[in-house]
Design a protein around this ligand. Structure first.
Ligand SMILES: C[S@@+](CC[C@H](N)C(=O)[O-])C[C@H]1O[C@@H](n2cnc3c(N)ncnc32)[C@H](O)[C@@H]1O
Length: 205
């Protein structure tokens, strides 16, 4: 099965609050985004946002230019249905982050929780990085959460690349300066603990 089919099936088979990465509130992401003091109309993209509730909380906090990108249309549909009327103010993009065309120098913040780590091939990591670099404004921020070295080697039946903050920083390259990092533990709905590394980067070149 190809990447799109894999993720479509997951979101067709399970409710948004039954998937392993579900959490009712993305606490670290929200805390770090709030601390950046962005303007309400600064464009924000949640790359691989799936059916996550981050978009709900950012709307609630007053952000007006939100994009949620995901390879799975089923995931985006779940989020849209949850948000009802409010979903109309969000840009929903279905596509593969390693291939999609995004507006240049546009976003002030790029958010990714548990997406980049599925790219285990260097060429795909480079594609992702180049798209992020193109789409992010100079001085813009990246909040990224990936599996840490002591997390399981797979997630949702797929191999993942596990990172320290230093390794993630090296992979993203010198255009992104590491500003903040935090280790945290996520407990899946079935009670399994997964170690994450959260990093904040700023685009400096
Ligand atoms: C582990 S889930 C995390 C979802 C969300 N970020 C969260 O924290 O709840 C990974 C998400 O990435 C999406 N995804 C995987 N590969 C992708 C790709 N190449 N392009 C865009 N989205 C992708 C999946 O459909 C899924 O929604």
């Amino acid at each position: 099965m190809n990447r799109t089919g894999h993720w479509e099936k997951i979101y067709a088979d399970k409710a948004a609050n039954q998937v392993g990465w579900y959490t009712p509130r993305l606490e670290t992401s929200l805390e770090w985004i709030t601390a950046l003091g962005l303007n309400p109309d600064d464009p924000i993209i949640d790359a691989g946002g799936g059916a996550s509730t981050l978009v709900d909380d950012l709307l609630e906090a007053g952000h007006t230019r939100l994009t949620v990108l995901d390879i799975s249309g089923n995931a985006l549909e779940q989020a849209r249905q949850r948000l009802r009327e409010k979903s109309k103010s969000v840009d929903w993009l279905q596509g593969d982050i390693t291939e999609i065309e995004l507006p240049k120098n546009h976003y002030r913040l790029w958010h990714d929780r548990a997406v980049f780590h599925f790219l285990t091939e260097q060429s795909l990591q480079q594609n992702y990085r180049n798209r992020m670099l193109d789409a992010l404004r100079p001085g813009g921020y990246v909040v990224m959460g990936c599996f840490a070295p002591d997390a399981p080697p797979t997630c949702s039946g797929l191999q993942v690349q596990r990172y320290t903050a230093e390794a993630l920083s090296n992979t993203l390259g010198s255009a992104f300066a590491l500003k903040r990092q935090n280790n945290e533990s996520h407990t899946t709905p079935s009670g399994v603990k997964q170690a994450y590394i959260y990093c904040l980067f700023q685009r400096i070149a």
